[in-house]
Every structure is written in C-alpha cells, then in structure tokens.
Design a protein around this ligand. Sequence first.
Ligand code: ADP
Ligand code: MG
Length: 356
Amino acid sequence: MPIQIDDIYYSYMKKTPLVHEALRGVSLEINDGEFIGLIGRTGSGKSTLIQHFNGLLKPDSGRIVVDGINTASGSLRELRRKVGLIFQFPEYQLFEETVFKDIAYGISKRGYGEAETRERVYRAAEAVGISGALMQRSPFELSGGQRRRVAIAGVLVMEPKYLVMDEPGSGLDPEGREEIFSYVSKLHEDAGVCVILVSHNMEDVARLARRVIVIEEGRIIMDGPPETVFTRIEDLEQSGLRAPETQYLMKRLKTVVPEINEGAITVRQAADEIEKWLLAAGCNPAGGADIPATVGADIPVPAGADIPAAADAEIPVPADADIPATVGAEMPVPACAEIPVPTVTSVDTTGGGICT
Ligand code: ADP
Ligand code: MG
C-alpha cells in the first residue's frame, strides 16, 4: 500500500507570536517502489514534510497514512519499522561503543537471537561497504564517510519498506557520495525499497530519481518525471533552484544546432544526444574515416550566438570559410565534412571542443 498524504498543514511554535506555518495543504500519493527526489530551497518545508512520514511530526490538520497506518493514531513502532528516516548528518546520532552495537540498536528489541542479529547487522554493514574488521571499533575512530555509512546501516538493518533520506550526501567527498548513492540505488533496484531523497544537488536527483517533487513555502508546486520538471528552468529559478547544469549546456547548443533535442538532463543523456548529432553531421567517432562530403548541409546560426573568432576556434576553420569575427546573423557553419575533421575520439561535455 502506498503513502497517502491528504491536505496536511503543520505549524511550528503554535500559539505563540512566532508561529510559522511550514506546510500549507500538502497532498501526495507515493507508490511502493518509487524513487522520488524532493527538492526546494532552504526553508521550503522538505525536512518538515519527511518527518511526517514516520510520525516524528503529526499534522495539525489533514492526515497521512503509511502502508495502512495513520501516523496520528496508529502504532509508531510499526510505522518506524516501515519507514527508515536518515537525517542530515546522521553520524551525529551514533552513540554506542562499537560499530556493531550501533548498527544493531534498531533491531535490539525485536527478539532476534544472537546469530540472527549478527547476520542482519553484517548484511546491513556490507550493503554500505562497512567491513567486518570495523565491527568492534568505536564509531568515533572512523572517518566521516565511514561514520555516515554506519549510521545508514543502522537504518537499513531495520529493512524499511520506505527509505527517506535528508541530504545524505552533504559534506561527503564525491567518492563517498557516489558510494552511498550506488548502495541506495542497488537497494531500490534489488529489494524494491521506495526511496525518497531530499537533495540540493540537481545532478544527483536528475540521474537517480524517477519522479521529482518541488516544494515551495510549504506547498507542492511541481510533481513529475525529471525530464519534465528539470526542463522548466525558469520555474525552477523562480523557486530559488537551478536545473541540472546539463540543461544550460543543451539550451545553449540548441541556439546553434536547432535540430538537437535539448531535453537531456544528465551528462550521459547529453553526451548521447551530442554524439548522435555529430554522427548525423558527418563526424565519425569510430575513427573519422569515410566522411561523406554531402552530409550535414548548412546549419543556420541564430543572431547573437557566441561564435569565437577563427583564431580561438576549437574547430579548425578552413581559410575560405566565410565566418566574420564579429557575431552576425544567419551564418552558415561549415559542415563537419567540409572542414579537415580530426579523428573524433570522445565527446567532451565539460566545456571542451566538440571534435577533438
Ligand atoms: P527545509 O528542510 O526545506 O530547509 P524546513 O522544513 O526545515 O525546511 O523548515 C520549513 C520552515 O519551518 C522554515 O521556515 C524553518 O525556519 C521553519 N522551522 C523548521 N524547524 C523549525 C523549528 N524547530 N522551530 C521553528 N521553526 C522551524
Ligand atoms: Mg531541511
């Protein structure tokens, strides 16, 4: 059964002059097995909303039912078995003397025997890359990334059906972040766990989530597939967010290559799209041999496009090409086939040239 949220309102510091309405009529249905990215500027209500999922906060009005349990009246113990909530900087909540005890804490009251507890703890630790050798160490002797993983294992050990994570990658180096996301993706794919990921990193959300929900001032303002939400650049910017950087690249490319599909939101999608266009234009990534002279006729460049002067151009321009150094209207760009095309070995989407 899904998570059903009906018109919930929540205020902090109720009945004081400082009362603040953090959720203002949120309605949502989250289906089992989804991977959701929840985004919104700081203070928009993300953390407030997700704390309603496991009953840490209860709505002032409206209701939330998780897998058949009403969070206002049902068993909190049952609820927390189903919903694993990983706070921002979860490592601050570690408190046991050993890594093993810390991970085991969440299942300590379930009545499992020693062998079963051990098996479950080791399985959760392995899922996040914590080796058996670390089990008897104090969590405080570990690196920041390792501590974070121990804290996440302490939630995974409960085998939640819904895994809710508040900025799990923040403060980690790129490698540590990548590791955590790859464990989470695996858990989602292999065990069908429903993941709700709160993140400020649009690139992470674009490549991981299959549904993106945008919250602003306590209200849901967008809800849809990443390809739809992340191409609404202006709306995102109005909400204090940004689209993934790839979107800015694709929109820019679109001004010089009208036939390109600018919908790519991940680096991989952009690379595929650019490669497709290069192939159609006659560049041959497989080795550059045999480029037909007729492929890729004139590609009109809209006025105002930023074309570098020939001296700086990354694509060598033949001497007779008619490209003025200043920006002008309707300039035909020579097709790949008409210029001495070096072997195309890779597509560099990080800002380098297109033909390398
Ligand atoms: P987000 O996670 O999107 O940054 P939060 O849910 O933490 O937003 O906060 C939503 C709003 O509620 C903000 O205006 C914030 O200042 C306020 N708020 C959050 N926690 C508290 C609290 N414990 N007491 C009072 N106001 C709070
Ligand atoms: Mg928050």
